[in-house]
Design a protein around this ligand. Structure first.
Ligand code: ZN
Length: 252
């Protein structure tokens, strides 16, 4: 059931008997030259679409934009920043709370959104409500360790292949070409430099470290449509099972 497809009397009836809402949270940002800017928006959206036939929980429209300042120099990237994303998601949850929503499941596509979403969860907790953030790409690593990936690597490329043939351009798959700071300070992710096997967290403008925009252990050339389909279906089934357990949580 989609919020945008029902009328207010149906919404009223839903919240008379239910208190949960699923909301996708995305981002429009560079994922390397070979996949579309909407990866972090389209993937959670697709997982929710796969859940829909087996799901009795109300689905609110996916928020397409997120907080992604470190990728902001790549053309096409749109950054709401922490403050605006926090404000947008807060207003959405506050509106739905007013109508009876108490449990929120954020199907998240982008790591940069977590800080704002966690603050929203804390705010919800303060009014005897609850938010849970399901980061699909790390869930995938738990479902199958072979799916471990970085940003715009094989994992996300496979997911996008499963969504649409026009979203991935194999001819543009090149090495990540990520520069290290020194011989011993290796760029291990967009948010970390590795020294003697340990990741030290940092934040830098990604365009300073790569002219491509993907990073990870999972080269995009390893991606297949079958991998993507299996992974998205696995994430959808996990989320459906989680929802049944989440329903049992008592909030007061
Ligand atoms: Zn992504």
């Amino acid at each position: 059931m989609r919020l945008e497809r029902i009328n207010w009397t149906q919404a009223e009836e839903y919240f008379r008997h239910n208190d949960m809402v699923i909301i996708g949270i995305g981002s429009i940002e560079c994922h390397g030259r070979h996949i579309a800017l909407g990866t972090d928006f389209l993937v959670p959206n697709k997982i929710i679409e796969l859940m829909e036939p087996k799901c009795d929980v109300l689905i609110a429209p996916t928020v397409p934009y997120g907080s992604t300042d470190y990728l902001g120099d790549f053309p096409g990237t749109v950054n709401l920043g922490y403050d605006v994303l926090y404000a947008v998601v807060s207003k959405i949850t506050q509106s739905l709370y007013k109508h009876g929503a108490r449990k929120f499941l954020f199907m998240n596509g982008h790591g940069g959104n977590n800080a704002a979403l966690q603050q929203v969860c804390m705010d919800l907790d303060n009014v005897n409500a609850m938010g849970c953030i399901l980061n699909w790409w790390t869930l995938a690593w738990t479902l199958d360790p072979a799916w471990v990936g970085g940003h715009g690597g094989g994992e996300e490329t496979a997911a996008m292949m499963a969504i649409g043939d026009d979203l991935v351009d194999r001819s543009l798959m090149a090495d990540a070409n990520v520069s290290d700071l020194t011989e011993n300070l290796k760029t291990s992710s967009f948010a970390a430099i590795n020294f003697r096997g340990f990741d030290i967290l940092t934040r830098r403008n990604v365009r300073k470290m790569t002219d491509n925009g993907w990073i990870g252990v999972d080269h995009p050339t390893t991606a297949t449509k079958e991998w993507g389909q299996k992974m998205l279906e696995g994430c959808a089934q996990y989320a459906l099972d989680f929802i049944e357990e989440y329903k049992k949580v008592k909030l007061d």
